[in-house]
Design a protein around this ligand. Structure first.
Ligand SMILES: Nc1ncnc2c1ncn2[C@@H]1O[C@H](COP(=O)(O)OP(=O)(O)OP(=O)(O)O)[C@@H](O)[C@H]1O
Ligand SMILES: [Mg+2]
Length: 350
């Protein structure tokens, strides 16, 4: 059993905050708490916190409602302010790497190096002798500082900042194993961001964030049916009308938007395939709230020619059935994926 204790996983998404608390016992992982709180529209735009107060409030509500006592928190960031790149370097020690990374990173990062936090991880996958592959992560300092501040204002203690793509990878490994020899795609489609994470032999080999998501569906339904955003959101989720014409109209719009999202995702997968030796993807594991749109997964499967399967972040997590019914866990599985990945982090990993 790993040392340290589990932290609170806090996924601050643009449409809602998700919190997950796990406990590692002799029997494996058990779910202590999972909850979500909707954010007002425009509270987070393009990853930037426009209304910090609303986010603080949402976190406080979750903590209060669930009587969460754990303070140590892991949060994550994604989007344009985060760059993840696999770079080749001459083989060197960890110490040498730490020293040279500022300088090495400059040629790969489109931001001023003094404006970003850097992290590196040796992948050790290079075929060339004397060379190693390193995963370089750079995130804008002001963005991270804003998120950290919000978590502190909610009386929590942010000790780990992760990246959505890696949270998904950790969540996946715990629930599905490493799948040696296979290349799979973890695809999270949220409200405003699509995270694509290609994992080969248990190692991230390609990631990309696209600024699209569930909002596109809602906006297009609103526009084409000339209704309010809230009505459009309800229709998108399959509710709201007894009139048979409307579901038909809605489904048509959903298919149009799904086609354009699937096309955008495919461009990234094509780029990955063109730049990689082992490009044979065996499966796409879908998460994020928009993964609940049935035709979206179907259209992505058709466009890519790869089987799409909804991810279950609670597959290897036991839960008290009186506290969390299987139906509830199934209904929140897609939106919970990132927060489960965060909740796997531990206090001794700093
Ligand atoms: N049952 C459903 N059917 C269709 N769409 C849904 C359903 N449930 C949630 N969504 C959509 O999923 C999106 C929210 O998903 P999620 O919570 O993963 O996003 P987020 O993490 O807040 O956003 P992001 O990661 O993009 O910042 C919203 O656009 C919402 O409308
Ligand atoms: Mg999200």
């Amino acid at each position: 059993m790993a040392k340290g204790k589990n932290v609170l996983g806090l996924d601050i998404g643009s449409s809602s905050v998700k919190a997950c608390l796990l406990k590692e016992t002799k029997k494996g992982l058990t779910l202590q708490a999972f909850d979500t709180q909707q954010l007002p529209p425009e509270a987070i735009v393009d990853g930037a916190l426009m209304d910090s107060g609303a986010v603080v409030d949402a976190i406080r509500q979750i903590v209060g409602r669930n009587k969460i006592k754990v303070k140590e928190t892991a949060l994550s960031v994604s989007g344009h302010s985060v760059i993840i790149k696999k770079i080749p370097l001459p083989t060197m020690s960890r110490e040498e790497l730490e020293q040279s990374i500022q300088w090495e990173a400059e040629q790969y990062i489109p931001f001023d190096i003094s404006d970003v936090y850097l992290a590196v991880e040796v992948l050790n996958q290079s075929a060339q002798p004397g060379q190693m592959d390193v995963l370089l992560v750079a995130a804008k300092k002001d963005l991270i500082n804003d998120y950290v501040t919000v978590v502190k204002e909610a009386q929590l203690s942010p000790i780990i900042v992760d990246v959505d793509a890696f949270c998904l990878q950790n969540m996946f490994e715990v629930n599905y194993g490493e799948l040696p020899g296979q290349t799979i795609v973890l695809l999270d489609i949220g409200a405003s961001t699509i995270n694509i994470n290609v994992v080969s032999d248990g190692v991230t080999v390609f990631t990309r964030d696209i600024s699209m998501g569930g909002n596109q569906f809602t906006e297009e339904i609103q526009k084409q049916l000339n209704i309010t955003y809230e009505e459009a959101e309800t229709y998108k989720k399959g509710g709201g009308s007894s009139d048979a014409v409307i579901p038909h109209e809605v489904e048509k719009v959903i298919q149009q938007v799904a086609d354009s999202l699937a096309g955008e995702i495919q461009r990234s997968l094509d780029f990955y395939a063109a730049t990689s030796a082992d490009s044979n993807i065996s499966r796409i594991y879908l998460s994020g709230g928009s993964g609940n749109i049935p035709s979206l997964g179907r259209i992505i499967g058709r466009t890519s020619g790869v089987t799409v399967e909804p991810v279950n972040p609670f597959r290897n997590v036991t839960a008290n059935q009186n506290q969390f019914t299987p139906q509830y866990l199934e209904s929140v599985g897609m939106i919970g994926a990132v927060s489960v990945g965060l909740a796997l982090r531990r206090t001794n990993e700093l």
